[in-house]
Design a protein around this ligand. Sequence first.
Ligand SMILES: Cc1cc2nc3c(=O)[nH]c(=O)nc-3n(C[C@H](O)[C@H](O)[C@H](O)COP(=O)(O)OP(=O)(O)OC[C@H]3O[C@@H](n4cnc5c(N)ncnc54)[C@H](O)[C@@H]3O)c2cc1C
Length: 591
Amino acid sequence: MIYTPPIKDMLFLLNEWIGLEKLTALPGYEEVDGDLIEAILEEAGKFCTTELLDINRDGDEHGAVHDGDSVRTPPGFREAYAKFIDNGWTGIDANPEHGGQGLPKLLQSLIDEMLSATNLSFKMYSELSHAAYHLLDDVAGDDVRQRYLPKMVEGVWSGTMCLTEPHCGTDLGLLKTKAVPAADGTYALTGSKIFITSGDHDLTENILHLVIARIEGAPAGTRGISLFLVPKFLVNDDGSVGERNGVVTAAIEHKMGIKGSATCALNFDAATGYLLGDENRGLAAMFKMMNTERLTVGIQGLGFAEIAYQNALAYAQERLQSKAPAPRPDDSRSADPIIYQPEMQRQLLKIRAQVEGARALAMLAGLNVDIMEKAADGAAAAEAEQTVALLTPVVKAYLTDLGGPSTLTAQQVLGGYGYVREYGMEQLVRDCRITPIYEGTNEVQALDLVSRKLTGKTGEFADRFLANWQRFLDDHGGGASDADIIAPAAAEMRQLLETSAWVQDKLQTEDAAARGAAYPYLRLFALTLIGALWAQIVVTIRDRDGAFYDRKRKLARFYMQHVLPETSSIATTIVAGDTALADFNVEDFIA
Ligand SMILES: Cc1cc2nc3c(=O)[nH]c(=O)nc-3n(C[C@H](O)[C@H](O)[C@H](O)COP(=O)(O)OP(=O)(O)OC[C@H]3O[C@@H](n4cnc5c(N)ncnc54)[C@H](O)[C@@H]3O)c2cc1C
């Protein structure tokens, strides 16, 4: 596998499209400048290509191994992790109070893309830990924060997110793990958690499980869920690692992909836990972690699509097969590289146009996370918070739905060589498959978008958000040389507004129809919004010449002609397809 970190595109989007000052003007980021960001991205890219890409195959072939008492990571992971933490990659956006670098979340998300592309299995060990760190920083008291967080930032202790149980995945209200209060103010947790990423491994001295459980006597359902910190090893008063807590790894899962990531079944047997936040308010706290994670998982899908594209392109440039359409690049050859075949070009461009648009979407969300957390202006922070809430399910679902088809398309470009292991493409297909499933399935993201983000005050915000885009597109279209880019984006935005109104109406009158439309609606939303982002990018570079900008314009045009038109059929299906869906009752499926 090859990988060239897409830093040029990242920097273009940051410096020229977003405008770096939007980030550096935020309190706390005064020291951040373009040179620093570029240097960090270059270093991260180097680490990913030199340390992580090669061991990705080892992770797949050897997998994580459970040998009864402990879990061993694949060959090379321990050495790479030691360098990873030595270089400070676990502290990029962490609080300087805990030894972190306090850099923007947006920068972290760009690094996340490169880590995901080159070795998602490896990344998972720090990814959940990163999310656990931020949750603890938000909800834990001072003593917990001082005791645990510097070690997490240093990367010598890691964290997990323990939600799922055998009978309870999407519907966390069903959880059974029990917490019994002890006399010393701690709790004894008993229950089984499954599918826990990095639940056990040999990379860190301690593992801090963030566990949701029900305190004895708490209400049933989601209103009775509390959040606990349950360390693998208890921590002594002097901060050193103490005796083993009652958490045992029962097994690790044998998975389709990301085999180097240890996905564990954990048994908690009267394990000592520390309550975080208020009793019965655990799910709300956990949702903060899940929302951060949802954006990060979306970026995983983007990373896969990017590396799949790069490798398919490299193959298409080298593979000599069939003659190119006239005029041929070289008449003396008996066959030309398949990149000259329009169908291969179409497949490659379809990935690339979506990847670059999706990156813009992810960066828009990332910027708003920074504004939400840092802006001194309360109104700006509140607006950014609403934007993040609206975009989170879209980023999670659309970007992970982009990863799968992109790896499949790239596999197709490699023909039979894509199907065999040699070129690594089949590993990408398998590794990527988990992303639409975990961290809230994409169906759940779609329901979140429709039933929570389109209703009430958040619904009013969504209407305003889309109407603002409509206004932008209308204002920048007329008669310009790029009208063939702006006009379709504007037309599809109008269609999205109309379809949103239809869905909002159904939410009032016919819940099942609104739910049935949720998944296609999310896709419609994402494709249309990305069309608007492409249009805005083209407007931004109107007066700029050069090959890079010309390619951007060509790619934007390709998006409008080959990707965006899917929105028309989706909108038609949503508005005209609800009666056919409603005709079926469950018995009809069985007959
Ligand atoms: C590799 C891996 C790593 C994981 N890591 C973690 C982790 O670190 N921590 C953790 O707690 N969990 C983790 N999980 C669990 C993961 O988050 C769950 O698998 C996921 O949330 C779905 O739950 P489930 O598997 O029980 O599926 P179910 O909830 O049983 O869902 C089955 C199907 O029904 C659909 N469905 C369910 N409810 C609805 C609805 N209301 N509307 C429409 N469709 C619906 C789902 O979308 C899905 O298609 C991991 C899983 C895997 C495989």
